[in-house]
Design a protein around this ligand. Structure first.
Ligand code: ZN
Length: 180
């Protein structure tokens, strides 16, 4: 048996002409499957129509609007950051490409290595000189001086790191407020 047109007629809300209505009634008389479909559909329809709608909690619209504005702002901020990052990457990439293309990249690299090795050489030379100087001082004094020096360097590094951290943190929150 072909149920297809009858299934459509049962489920569709479109009005049927008298001929179609008659055909459907005839088919329903002999077809338990389509009877079941019609009954099930009518029951579901009633259930949907009769279920009371729950009103939203008071202030729902207001809260939704606020959260929408927040989300919009957040996405705007994200887009801004991504575009800044993208621009920086683009500049960096084109800069490196330019350096590589013109051959100055290798020169720059060579220069950097040269500079670094010179710095390291100078430091080690000075340290050797310092060691000679320290070796001439009676034993208890260089030990105390060394401890003092190490302590001072540590303290300096610590304060430098702290200052850097606070500066970047302030910068970050400043930007956050400004953009918002
Ligand atoms: Zn049928």
């Amino acid at each position: 048996m072909n149920h297809k047109p009858y299934n459509y007629w049962i489920l569709d809300d479109a009005p049927l002409n008298p001929e179609q209505q008659q055909a459907l009634t005839n088919h329903l008389d002999d077809c338990p499957l389509c009877q079941q479909l019609k009954m099930g559909w009518e029951m579901s329809e009633q259930l949907i129509l009769n279920t009371p709608q729950h009103p939203p909690a008071p202030g729902f619209t207001q809260r939704w609007k606020v959260s929408l504005a927040k989300r919009k702002r957040y996405h705007g901020l994200l887009r801004l950051r991504l575009s800044i990052l993208g621009t920086l990457l683009l500049i960096l990439t084109s800069f490196i490409t330019y350096l590589v293309a013109t051959g100055s990249f290798i020169h720059g690299l060579a220069y950097l290595f040269n500079f670094l090795s010179e710095v390291i050489f100078t430091i080690t030379k000075d340290l050797a000189g310092l060691e000679i100087l320290i070796s001439k001082i009676p034993a208890p004094i260089p030990l105390a001086a060394g401890l003092l020096l190490v302590g001072l360097i540590n303290a300096l590094l610590f304060f430098l790191l702290l200052a850097c951290w606070q500066y970047f943190r302030r910068e970050f929150s400043f930007n956050e407020v400004k953009i918002n």
